[in-house]
Design a protein around this ligand. Structure first.
Ligand SMILES: Nc1ncnc2c1ncn2[C@@H]1O[C@H](COP(=O)(O)OP(=O)(O)OP(=O)(O)O)[C@@H](O)[C@H]1O
Length: 569
């Protein structure tokens, strides 16, 4: 338990006990007032009792105020910690985890589900404790002051619990269903917003709205069902409460006649019954909140329990500064069982060489890159960097020495400078400008309204494809990795930018081992080795001239590209 919770918990418990005891004292004072001052007409004693009552109410108010204040503080800290732990955990999870979960469903766990726990941690848990303490206190008092009357009232409680147990199970399942439907709705919403441009381009808005409405309706019906079940809880308690009052007055009247109890005690008992049903009713009302929270907690802990599939072995050592020799030995890999994406890849790359990976779509080019970065582990075989199996070194030391430039160059919201600095957080402004100049990005950055301080929104919507690429090159150059992975963008860009990108590429690749999923003929031509993949197998390897001479797959691919370019001209 964290230190702040240790410090505050005793205060909260003391305040809670003071609140509960003062509340339970009031009916006893009422009994005193009726039996010893109102009936015998003792005014002085009545004033004294009223004075004590007022003091008790003030103490109760103070205790409750402080308790609520401290409970809120502690609750907020718990939620803060939970959100932090969840986010940190998600950052570490492997690609496999995200392959099978829509972004929206991840999002909803960090936001909605954590929020629904907030109420539970701020007031819920403590209220629950207060209610339990109050209930126990009332039961003890009732049984002590008159066992016969007390027991006959209390007997209704287990009956009520028995009836409600069945109802609770149903309510629980109904709320679980609500959270599941909500999660689906959110996932769908997220996807629709991400893909809004495609939706509008294909004028699918109407269909989208219809589909969303269906999901929205399913969500509403599920909520209604859970809510209706929940509503039935209150009346059930009220009916049982009414039965309790009937027993009290029927038996109470009889006991007054036989002088076993006083009128004051009957009134005190009636007040206690009021208190008695109050926590039970509140428990019923809180029940839905508790169930939502429990269902949310289940889904949150599902994530927290999730272990990264790519894990470090015990005693993994840091990968010391590498030269950049990379060896793939008999790599076999499946994303899904029975569908191999790579079938026995063997490749020996010397430090400083550039390797172009070519092949039809789905042939396994990106998969090789994913394995080199250890986003996934191979089913068979291994990858060695400078003779060290990458599974035996720490993930951080491995990835920090491999630079990755993806086709989908992700630009984060923030300034251009921040986006380049992502490559190395301690880089100075001068270093940032230096790399931007080296990749020919400086001029276009300076032409933006605030130069390097221009704010770009998430995904860099204000920048062109080519500009985004140049920024990601600058980012990679700043990180200065020994091994570079580059997924070349396929989108056609204007000749001027194309030339800039070629120049930038030369700077970026110089002196590094590089793997490029190459689409541009110029990049492929300049590569030291070209690896041709087909359906997860390495079919050909050699430089451009060697492979052209062989006149096999590579030759065919190049011919097709030339034909395409000629037709385009
Ligand atoms: N996350 C994934 N889950 C399941 N299967 C996948 C996943 N990613 C890729 N695959 C499958 O693995 C195979 C190889 O995919 P890969 O992305 O490596 O191809 P690629 O050569 O890079 O294709 P492209 O040129 O289109 O990017 C394909 O059959 C693809 O369907």
């Amino acid at each position: 338990m964290k230190p702040y919770k240790k410090q505050m918990l005793p205060i909260i418990i003391i305040m809670m006990l003071v609140g509960a005891i003062t509340k339970l004292t009031i009916p006893l004072l009422i009994r005193e007032a009726i039996d010893n001052s109102i009936i015998p007409k003792d005014k002085n004693l009545l004033f004294l009792i009223v004075g004590i009552m007022l003091t008790v109410y003030v103490i109760q108010w103070l205790a409750n105020t402080f308790r609520i204040k401290y409970t809120n503080m502690i609750g907020q800290r718990v939620i803060y910690d939970l959100r932090h732990d969840l986010f940190s955990h998600i950052q570490k999870l492997s690609f496999r985890f995200f392959d099978t979960r829509p972004a929206g469903s991840v999002l909803v766990r960090v936001t909605n589900y954590v929020n629904s726990l907030q109420d539970l941690f701020t007031n819920g848990v403590v209220n629950l404790l207060i209610d339990v303490v109050q209930l126990c206190g009332i039961i003890i008092i009732l049984l002590t002051f008159n066992f016969k009357l007390g027991a006959s009232i209390i007997v209704t409680v287990p009956i009520m619990f028995l009836i409600s147990t069945q109802l609770r199970k149903k309510i629980r399942r109904a709320w679980q269903d609500v959270t599941m439907k909500q999660s689906r709705l959110n996932a769908h919403l997220n996807e629709c917003i991400q893909g809004i441009k495609v939706t509008q381009a294909y004028t699918q808005e109407k269909e989208n709205i219809q589909f969303f409405n269906k999901m929205n309706m399913v969500n509403r019906l599920s909520w209604n069902r859970a809510s209706m079940l929940n509503q039935s809880f209150g009346p059930l308690i009220e009916i049982t409460g009414a039965v309790g009052y009937c027993i009290l007055f029927w038996l109470g009247a009889h006991l007054i006649q036989t002088e076993e109890i006083s009128v004051g005690l009957l009134v005190a008992f009636a007040t206690y019954i009021g208190y008695f049903w109050e926590p039970i009713t509140r428990l019923g009302q809180m029940y839905s909140q508790l169930l939502i929270a429990m269902a949310s907690a289940e889904r949150i802990f599902e994530f927290i329990d999730e272990e990264p599939t790519v894990a470090e072995i015990e005693g993994a050592k840091d990968l010391s500064s590498i030269q950049g020799n990379v060896k793939f030995e008999n790599l076999v890999f499946e994303y899904e069982p029975g569908r191999p994406a790579l079938k026995g890849i063997n490749l020996d790359v010397q430090a400083g060489q550039s390797i172009a990976l070519v092949g039809h779509t789905g042939s396994g080019k990106s998969t090789i890159m994913n394995l080199l970065c250890r986003f996934y582990d191979p089913n068979e075989g291994k990858i060695l960097i400078d003779g060290q199996d990458i599974r035996h070194v720490t993930i951080q030391s491995l990835r920090s020495q491999i630079g990755v430039v993806l086709q989908d160059t992700f630009i984060f919201s923030g300034t251009i400078r921040d986006n380049i600095r992502f490559g190395r957080l301690d880089a100075t402004n001068e270093e940032i400008e230096l790399v931007a100049k080296a990749v020919h990005a400086h001029d276009f950055i300076m032409s933006l309204p605030a130069g390097y301080d221009t704010e770009v929104q998430e995904r860099g919507n204000v920048l062109s494809m080519g500009q985004r690429q140049l920024i990601s090159f600058a980012r990679a150059l700043l990180a200065n990795p020994r091994v570079l992975i580059l997924d070349e963008a396929t989108a056609s860009i204007d000749t001027d930018t194309e030339l800039k990108i070629q120049e930038a590429l030369k700077t970026l690749l110089a002196g590094r081992t590089s793997f490029i999923v190459a689409h541009r003929l110029s990049t492929i031509r300049n590569a030291d080795k070209i690896v041709v993949l087909d359906h997860g197998r390495m079919m050909e390897i050699g430089n451009h001239d060697e492979l052209m001479k062989e006149q096999k797959i590579y030759f065919g691919l190049i011919q097709a590209q030339y034909k395409f370019l000629q037709d385009a001209v």
